[in-house]
Design a protein around this ligand. Sequence first.
Ligand code: FPP
Length: 215
Amino acid sequence: MDGNGRWAKERNLKRTAGHEEGAKVVREITQHCAALGVKYLTLYAFSTENWNRPKLEVEFLMKLLEKYLKSELDIYMQNDIRFRAIGDMSKFSKSLQKQIALTESTTAKNKGLTQVLALNYGSQDEITRAVKRLTQKGLEISQENIEACLDTAGFPDVDILIRTSGEVRISNFMLWQCAYAEMFFVQKFWPNFTKYDLDDIIDDFIKRERRFGGV
Ligand code: FPP
């Protein structure tokens, strides 16, 4: 979800206004995916590197996430959406950690879309934590065992990766899970991204021939 800051700058607004607008788009895209029957939607909301941003911006994002999760619970329940977080939650405030755990447990039995928020998430950090877990459990190093120790254990691999704002980078996002993802890089800033843009991407995805290394 890239481009919140530039969206705000274009309008002479503070960067935080871009994040606030971005949160509205998170809601719209999540509800659209639920209505389309998409099974998993993962949104990269805060990376392990985002702590390097100005303190006030980080604090704003933390408050926005907590506010979003609180306000979203009814929408999750009404739309049969299960919520999951991936990343290292231990760095967050107790209050945000509690809200994340509460949202996960309240929505755990929902059967429609699983909305996954990547929070304090970095793929290199996730893989490192997975290998540590594997070693602690004394398990053999195998692809299956590594997968079972990733934060995404039990989730399918990524089919479609979308990055907004014109940047063509993967930025430490699901490096393992994106092995055969189809990639889409769109020019629009995240706050301008709409459900119609997503529909266009899905139409394009359906037409792509996926060979998974075969012929
Ligand atoms: C990247 O754009 C965006 C982020 C680091 C934060 C994403 C957060 C949201 C979309 C809102 C909160 C999320 C939820 C789930 C409620 P940027 O700030 O790097 O933009 P720039 O590259 O234009 O500066």
